[in-house]
Design a protein around this ligand. Sequence first.
Ligand code: CNA
Length: 333
Amino acid sequence: MALWARRAVRALRLWGPGREPAWACRPRIAGGRTPISFSAVVSSAFGNGGDRKKEKLFLQDIAELIRARACQRVVVMAGAGISTASGIPDFRSPGSGFYSALQHWDVPYPEAVFELSFFFDNPRPFFSWAKNLRPGNFRPNAIHYFLRLLHDKGLLLRLYTQNIDGLERASGIPGSKLVEAHGSFASATCTVCGKPSPGEGFWAAVMEDRVPRCAACTGVVKPDVVFFGEALPERFFLHMVDFPTADLLLILGTSLKVEPFASLCEAVRSSVPRVLMNREAVESCAWRPRSRDVVQLGDLVDSVERLVALLGWTEEMKDLVQREAAKLSGQDR
Ligand code: CNA
């Protein structure tokens, strides 16, 4: 069997035996450090010498690996936390997250809003949430543009996003580089006859607090976002080749609570550095860390700006953000 296929099979056994116990290696919470040489960084990152389990990696090391093109097949896993700076609440942040705002609705538990059985019974809480997410309502932020810059520099192998706000596309990242694992609001389909519904009619109904209905059969129309229990888009299976061949994994703004997406973070090779940037340490990066994990806690925009500065890309980022903001403003006129 080809090497990539063997790795893909291994990637599917996401909870296979043989991983290091949590106490064997702690996550590396980034902070001040004495810089080490580039060769030491590459060596520690990819195990070309020394006892690599003892080598710590920091954000600066990751920047050096990218600058030296020792990492040029970067896979990104993104969640709602990359869009909060654009003004879109995430789900689980206490106080500001959508799940905290659900007391106005008669919802048995927060996740029910995204379950088909509840949706068929009462689609209004979902559409009330969807209203805010109509295309064009929000703009990409510095995090989206950092990912765009990774693409422009030929470093982005693929961006796997759980987000359905379309801001990755809006930032100029082409569809071929994207896996919108939980679908998007770009299209909608009748839940009864399966007919695609034209966007204008759908959004007109949602904006007027009406449940959108199919013109052909009057069934409820649902945007093509993935509800709990629904199949993920076929493109999701690209992970079987992307993750085993990645040389850096960035995990940005996600609680890693939703499967099967969350377990992808286990699917990169064990020698591949994983960088988690989030407010808090999450899931396996917290309780089953790998020796080459870098955990950068705090506000994501700050963390990304720090990485951009370490990469020496600050001016390029500013230019890109200005150019793209002007383009989007032009489209609004
Ligand atoms: P989540 O469970 O709400 O987790 C978000 C994570 O991001 C949390 O760990 C937060 O602490 C963290 N976070 C939020 N803002 C920041 C910030 N500024 N800096 C650093 N960390 C931050 O959301 P997930 O994406 O993990 O859950 C998957 C769900 C959420 C998917 O099915 C999405 O469709 C769904 N969702 C998407 C959007 C969107 O498209 N923008 C918005 C809300 C929910």
